[in-house]
Design a protein around this ligand. Structure first.
Ligand code: DC
Length: 229
């Protein structure tokens, strides 16, 4: 059967990664969480104190980029891809609110994007990839076989992310999560380099009212018709 590239873009916390993982599992494809890569670079910036409060030393960030290695290593036991920043596994650390609060400014740096986009494109060379992010259909794989653009109302998105984060951080408030989501959406959509946008050939999908199962069923119809064409 032919192999395709599926690009999933959209606002923060629209369930892109859950959907992408489900599709990848059904098709036995590779799943790539491109947001995790930006998060890993943001974690590096925090660890190296390139960001302190409102101050971000972008020049130092750019200089440090050759020594920032982000990679995925397949974890057979858990059937997931572990995210590595240099030699350290950072799956958990990249999901913290500290990282969420700074990742959009790190992701707005063109040199950071160039480095990560190059890696992402290499991962798609053999096709058979489902990748989610903000610029996958527009910049990383403009020729992707299927492009999805996910949306959901802000309240639903905040609640989903809040429930997800509660397991590791019980001090969070829903308002804090909502504010972070709104701010990131604003920064991600208005940055100069590769802003979040819906490509003309992307299919928009609002999942506010859908369960994960309903969503998957509807999307798999699109995927299958793409595979059959
Ligand atoms: O998907 P996520 O929320 O984990 O992504 C974290 C941040 O990374 C998001 O606020 C914007 C940025 N990002 C990006 O600029 N381009 C991508 N392809 C993926 C994520």
């Amino acid at each position: 059967m032919k192999k395709i590239i599926i690009a999933i873009d959209g606002l923060s916390s629209t369930g892109k990664s859950t959907l992408a993982k489900q599709i990848a599992k059904q098709l036995n494809y590779i799943y790539v969480d491109s947001g995790a890569m930006y998060r890993a670079v943001a974690l590096y910036a925090l660890q190296k104190k390139l960001i302190i409060g409102e101050e971000f030393n972008k020049l130092k960030m750019i200089e440090a980029l050759p020594s920032v290695k982000v990679s995925f290593v397949y974890n057979k036991k858990l059937n997931i891809s572990d995210v590595y920043l240099n030699d350290l596994k950072v799956n958990k650390a990249i999901r913290s609110m500290e990282v969420s609060n700074v990742v959009s400014v790190v992701a707005a740096i063109p040199q950071v994007r160039q480095q990560l986009v190059k890696l992402q494109q290499q991962m798609g060379i053999q096709k058979g990839v489902v990748m989610d992010g903000r610029d996958i259909g527009s910049v990383v794989f403009p020729n992707a076989d299927l492009k999805l653009y996910m949306t959901a109302n802000a309240g639903t998105r905040a609640k989903r992310r809040y429930d997800e984060l509660l397991t590791s951080n019980s001090n969070l408030s829903l308002q804090e999560v909502l504010d972070n989501i709104n701010l990131r959406d604003h920064l991600d959509s208005t940055r100069k380099d590769s802003p979040l946008l819906k490509s003309n050939d992307a299919i928009e999908f609002d999942n506010s009212q859908l369960s994960k199962e309903q969503q998957l069923e509807q999307i798999m119809e699109l995927v299958n018709s793409c595979l059959d064409s």
